[in-house]
Design a protein around this ligand. Structure first.
Ligand SMILES: [Zn+2]
Length: 409
């Protein structure tokens, strides 16, 4: 019974120590630790490396669950997973998770400079959405689980977990930490050829192994790697990947991994070719193909974003219509990613119709006109449209402007 003193004590201990997670190593967290004190120390007992962690998160409600306890728990799992691969690392989380108001949705420019990182420290930044990763020449888009903005630099951006993503968080975190010590993907080809490796571009639940040359690199965590992290070509995706033709398009999207969709490989496709991605977005189309049933949210985002970001008139018209047809709460993230991509796409193929759409969509009332729409969703979508207008180079309507009468079709 929860009213007995013993049960109360157990519940309090559970909340204080481990965030009440039922799996993984148990961690002790000092929730009173100041910024220069250790809130938790997790990982290998006899480490080759003890690295300090500075943990940040966005201010959005979606990432409020990334408490110091959860970060400590996740790093304990990373430490356990690395130790099983002969990489003995201990993590000391310094102080509590710091909340920043300007972190998400993070694109390349947001990630370009978060300031200097203290010595022997890795900065982990958990954001509400991660919408670009890679070099400025060929950034990836879509659903991105994690991004080391500059290979070899001790900064990692991590997307919050979303429904339908089956890759365990600790694998994403350990993979991105690998990039900070200069590790690269063994397989930037589709389909992946090294899916058992932690550093595969497409990590799955069993992508846990490190090679004999990779494991020792983790002893460098928190130390900028020589000769890396500067210059333009800092992306995790090579700039010279081959173009994907329309027959390869759907398998290509179904094999997107840690860093989303390499848009450069698709930018030559016509609207008619891009629109074959409707097969991954339309429920009716999915019924005939068992492989496409219950497509995860990350994969649907990865199908929608190339249409929105690379498409011309026809593809953009489809995306605008699609965003208005999806009105359930489960599609909120899908619609936000679609809006951001529409905005970025205006830099390639500007259309009056999409610019007008984004201006109207920047008003919560535009979305709340749909039956059953809830206020928080309307505001989240309007906020995404406002960010999209900035990407598109359109001046967002200020709250004092007279709003244009929302026309939904
Ligand atoms: Zn990677």
């Amino acid at each position: 019974m929860s009213s007995t003193p013993t049960a109360w004590l157990l519940a309090a201990a559970c909340a204080a120590l481990a965030g009440c997670e039922t799996t993984g190593p148990q961690v002790n967290v000092n929730s009173a630790a100041g910024a220069s004190e250790v809130a938790c120390s997790v990982g290998a007992d006899n480490p080759q490396r003890t690295v300090r962690i500075e943990a940040w998160r966005g201010f959005e409600a979606n990432v409020a669950g990334y408490t110091t306890e959860r970060v400590c728990q996740r790093l304990a799992e990373v430490g356990q997973g690395l130790l099983a691969q002969q990489a003995a690392v201990r993590f000391e989380v310094m102080g509590q998770v710091r909340v920043h108001a300007d972190l998400g949705p993070a694109d390349n420019s947001d990630m370009a400079n978060t300031g200097a990182v203290p010595a022997h420290t890795v900065r982990l930044v958990v954001v509400d959405a991660l919408i670009q990763c890679g070099s400025t020449n060929a950034p990836t888009g879509g659903f991105i689980r994690g991004c080391a903005p500059r290979i070899g630099q001790p900064v990692v951006f991590l997307n919050r977990a979303v429904f339908g993503d089956s890759t365990p968080e600790w694998i994403t975190w350990a993979h991105e930490l690998g990039h900070t010590v200069g590790l690269r993907h063994p397989d930037d080809v589709r389909p992946p050829t090294a899916s058992q490796r932690l550093m595969t571009y497409m990590p799955l639940p069993d992508s846990t192994s490190l090679t004999a040359s990779e494991s020792p690199r983790y002893a460098q965590l928190g130390t900028p790697q020589p000769g890396s992290g500067s210059g333009a070509a800092v992306g995790v995706v090579p700039d010279n990947l081959p173009p994907i033709n329309v027959a390869q398009l759907i398998p290509f999207i179904l094999a997107t991994g840690q860093h989303g969709v390499p848009l450069q490989q698709l930018q030559h496709l016509s609207d008619a070719e891009l629109l074959t991605l409707r097969a991954l977005l339309e429920p009716a189309a999915q019924i005939d193909n068992p492989a496409l049933k219950q497509l995860s949210l990350p994969l649907r985002i990865n199908a929608l974003v190339p249409l929105a970001e690379l498409g011309r008139d026809q593809a953009q018209a489809y995306v605008r219509d699609y965003l208005l047809r999806q009105t359930d709460a489960a599609s909120l993230d899908l619609r936000r990613y679609g809006l951001w991509a529409l905005g970025r796409g205006q830099q390639r193929h500007p259309t009056d119709a999409t610019r007008q759409f984004l201006q109207q969509a920047g008003q919560p009332g535009f979305w709340c006109a749909a039956p059953g729409a809830d206020t928080a969703s309307c505001q989240a979508l309007a906020s995404a449209a406002t960010k999209a207008q900035r990407s598109a180079g359109v001046k967002p309507n200020s709250p004092t402007d007279t709003p244009t009468s929302p026309t939904r079709r």
